[in-house]
Ligand binder design. Sequence first.
Ligand code: CMP
Length: 140
Amino acid sequence: ALERTLSIIKPDAVERNLIGKILSRFEEAGFQVVATKMLHLTQPQAEGFYAEHQGKAFFAELVEYMISAPVVVSVLEKQNAIQDYRTLIGATNPEMQEEGTIRRDFAESKTRNSVHGSDSLESAAREIAYFFVESEICER
Ligand code: CMP
């Protein structure tokens, strides 16, 4: 089915001037960018976005990192977008990242892993609505 997923180009990638390269990887893989913007997350915004990870050992480090520099949030559209995007970015664990994935090519560590992607239809809907109102998403 035609799906939308929420992508974040994270602070480590923005700081290293990788925005264009990473957006190109999305487009080359067949994703259409239907909304995009840059923003510098506040602590409450980052904590709310990652609410499901509250209480985990890495939560404070994750939030501190996510507010350390701007991010680029995008809505990407494609057939089977959610699974295909996760395949494109690769695993969170650096030892599991397959060749050709965005994280294999750009991630610096498990935390500083360059990109985020929604993990299900339900989280995609929540995450898209977290950053965008419907009028910001463009039909293509
Ligand atoms: P993301 O796909 O954005 O979803 C949750 C984030 O938490 C993940 O990418 C990593 O940046 C971070 N993360 C997940 N697991 C760990 C971990 N074990 N240690 C540190 N950071 C983690």
